[in-house]
Structure formats: C-alpha cells, structure tokens
Write a protein that binds this ligand. Sequence first.
Ligand SMILES: C[S@@+](CC[C@H](N)C(=O)[O-])C[C@H]1O[C@@H](n2cnc3c(N)ncnc32)[C@H](O)[C@@H]1O
Length: 205
Amino acid sequence: MNTYLNYWEDYYKNNQDPGEESPFARFVLPFLKKNETLYELGCGNGRDSIFFEKFGVNIVAFDQCKNEVEYLNKHYKTENLSFEEADFTNLGERQLVAHIYSRFTLHSVNLEQEIRTLKWAYRALKERGLFYIEIRSVHDELFGQGEALTDNSFVTDHYRRFVEFDSFISRLETAGFKILYKIQSKGLAVYKSEDPIVIRVIVQK
Ligand SMILES: C[S@@+](CC[C@H](N)C(=O)[O-])C[C@H]1O[C@@H](n2cnc3c(N)ncnc32)[C@H](O)[C@@H]1O
C-alpha cells in the first residue's frame, strides 16, 4: 500500500468532486453492458465510475485514498456503485467480473506491483472478460523529469513509471491475456495544454 499516498490524499482534498469523465471512459463505454460489473482500479475522484454507472453498469471502484473514498460513498454511492479503500495491487479473492478498468493508475505503482495486478486481473475476470488500460509511455515528455529510480520511474512531486509499449504488451501476454486492441499515440489523453503520448489497450481473458 502507500503509493505516494500523501500526494494523492492532498490532491483529492482539493479535487473532491468528479469533473467530466475522461476521454478513455468515453472510448470504453461501448464495450460495457447494462447490469454487468466493472472494477475500477484507482478511481481518484470517481469521475469515470460515476459516468459508467449512469449507463446501468454495476461498479466497485477502488482507491487508496481513505478520505476521498469516504467522501464519494457519502455523496455518490448508489445501489449500483460503491467505493472501497484498498490497494489495487493487493485485492485478493473477489467475485469474478466482466470488466476491469485502469486509467492512469498502473504507472503509479512499481513494476512488481504492476505484474501482480495483471495476474490478479486475469484471475478476477470471467471467461472472455475485458481489461481496459490507459498508461503513460516512455515517450511522454515528462519522462526523465525528477529523481530517477529503477524501471523507467521518476519522482517529481509524486511517482511515475513510464512504460515501454512492446514490453508492456509482453507482460500482458505473459499474464495470459489476448490482446484485442493496442495503440501508443498522442491525441488520446488531452488535458488542458497537455497531450502526452500514452498507451491504450483492451485485453481479454
Ligand atoms: C493519476 S490518478 C488517476 C485517477 C483516475 N483513474 C482518473 O483517471 O481520474 C491515480 C490514482 O491511483 C490511485 N492509486 C495509486 N496507487 C494505488 C494503489 N496501489 N492502490 C489504490 N489506489 C492507488 C491514486 O490514489 C490516484 O487516485
């Protein structure tokens, strides 16, 4: 646990309420069906889970930020949507689901934690279940900023581990997944003046 927790607790103290959903959530929405269940890994202020829930998807959204999770459960919990304080790299046995979603969270954890999460996701999905990931690439302009650690990771005010496209795809395959869609590009995660090169994948159990 404790992946630069203080940074994220502070960040969400100032950004408690969900803003607009991410472009990645809009991209994923057509793959989701009413009444199916999705786990979100690292939901932040819940913006993408709250968006999916409006379309009748059942959601359990995990994040390590206790205060934010409490706030989201108080204000946004519904019959189909709940938030849970948890380390997504250590979720243990869970009910199998059709969908797992991770946006900008797998680069918040180290390589060992990523590999553990990929293996866990494979086990936690139903047969043919889908895992949707958006993650920072080594071609990101932020690469190299801050204090360098191992595995292409750097610490500025928080930790980021930049991912090499082909290696990441290999790790997904090693975890057992079939690659349905993969792209590394600009134009996918535009935010204000930022337009980083990111990796998106959809993989299937
Ligand atoms: C860049 S934010 C992304 C939030 C959200 N997915 C979005 O796109 O708006 C990363 C989030 O991952 C969470 N996180 C990082 N490591 C975590 C871990 N090991 N377990 C649970 N949450 C974690 C952070 O608390 C933070 O909310």
